[in-house]
Design a protein. Structure first.
Length: 153
């Protein structure tokens, strides 16, 4: 078992609160020292009460799925001798109502474009296998209810 820590802090300061007109911006702090500005999505809480330059939880979930898949992909590619030069994923999460009627991320689509170099280059079958194994091993994708689809570009 492993444990992962994140500290999330929001401070009201001198803002009113009970009128529901308080800023949603807050900080995420991670054990390695990274600090990320978080906020509600502007689609959920209009600007200026949300911060459109910050990361919202929905974006973070999609990025976590994409990042997890990519990290497994890189490891599996290196293990079989494929040199990856660039991995770019324009991942998309869709919010909607799930089978329980709850608002949720109901689908995540990964759209990775991968560039390789070197003597050994993957054919279509090898590329499909790398993505399949990466998807099967991704802890984050295995942790969410929404289906995750991989559509390599």
């Amino acid at each position: 078992m492993s444990e992962y820590l994140a500290t999330v802090e929001w401070v009201r300061g001198d803002q009113p609160f009970l009128d529901n007109r308080y800023a949603r911006a807050h900080d995420w702090r991670f054990d390695g020292g990274a600090v990320v500005r978080g906020s509600s999505a502007p689609g959920s809480v209009p600007v200026p009460l949300s911060d459109p330059t910050a990361v919202d939880p929905e974006e973070a979930l999609v990025a976590a799925v994409s990042s997890c898949h990519m990290l497994f992909f890189l490891a599996f590619a290196a293990k079989v001798g494929f040199v990856v030069d660039r991995y770019l994923d324009e991942a998309v999460g869709i919010m909607g109502r799930d089978e329980r009627g709850k608002v949720a991320i109901v689908a995540v689509t990964l759209r990775p474009a991968v560039s390789f170099s070197g003597e050994a280059l993957p054919d279509a079958a090898a590329l499909e296998d790398l993505h399949h194994r990466s998807h099967e091993h991704c802890y984050v994708a295995n942790s969410i209810r929404a289906p995750v689809t991989v559509e390599p570009r």
